[in-house]
Design a binder for this molecule. Structure first.
Ligand code: GLN
Length: 218
């Protein structure tokens, strides 16, 4: 089984100093694969605007990338049962006087997002709907987006709330506000791969109530 991930999304997937891809999603898919009888899985690193085409082209079999289940994506891929909830966070630097409380407060500012993410569509949809003058800088990685924020090149980052929380522990940034979107993460497979979807879901249901899952989260 070939698994595609986008390892700039701690604690779900990230790269350690020795170059290994680790994180909650990686542990999760390894456990599920074992339960499903696979001897080994291959993890492939892809920028977040890439895993859906890689999946539909047959280059990978599963996406494990903190991917939010959305109606739009459901037209192209099949999602497993949900395993994590996420809202969107507006991240700013710790010493900044700029503390936006809503998307409207980003008027006249530069925000950065990762291409292909729900954070990107949240701000794009807001701009299209309201005509707000917000400059959006798009990055291939959230880690680069946060570096831009720390270097003062942008005013804010829009990123999923669980990942924002981890960035606040690692870098000099803080969450200015949470925009409640009430979304969930799922693993994704090809739409016609019903057998694989059913097998993953069967293992997944068992795994979500197991002590191993709790240990991974801890
Ligand atoms: N959860 C977000 C999305 O699905 C971001 C995922 C990511 O960057 N890995 O768009």
């Amino acid at each position: 089984m070939v698994v595609g991930t986008s390892p700039d999304f701690p604690p779900f997937e990230y790269v350690t100093s020795n170059g290994s891809i680790v994180g909650i999603d990686i542990e999760l898919i390894k456990h599920l694969a074992k339960m499903m009888g696979y001897d080994a899985i291959k993890i492939v690193s892809i920028d977040f605007d890439g895993p859906i085409p890689a999946l539909t082209n047959g280059k990978i079999d599963v996406i494990a990338a903190g991917m939010t289940i959305t109606e739009e994506r459901k037209k192209v891929v099949a999602f497993t049962i949900p395993y994590w909830s996420a809202d969107q966070a507006i991240l700013v630097t710790k010493n900044s006087n700029f503390k936006p409380k809503s998307l409207s407060d980003l008027e006249g500012k530069i925000v950065t997002v990762q291409s292909g993410t729900t954070g990107e569509s949240l701000v794009d949809d807001f701009i299209n709907k309201t005509g707000a003058k917000i400059t959006v800088k798009r990055h291939s990685s959230f880690v680069l987006a946060v570096k831009d924020l720390l270097n003062g090149r942008v005013d804010a980052v829009i990123v999923d709330s669980p990942v924002a929380k981890l960035f606040t522990q690692k870098y000099g940034v803080e969450v200015a506000t949470i925009i409640s979107t009430g979304k969930h993460y799922g693993l994704a497979v090809r739409k016609d791969d019903t057998q694989l979807l059913n097998a993953i879901n069967e293992a997944f249901k068992k795994f979500l109530s197991s002590p191993e899952w709790k240990a991974i989260i801890d």
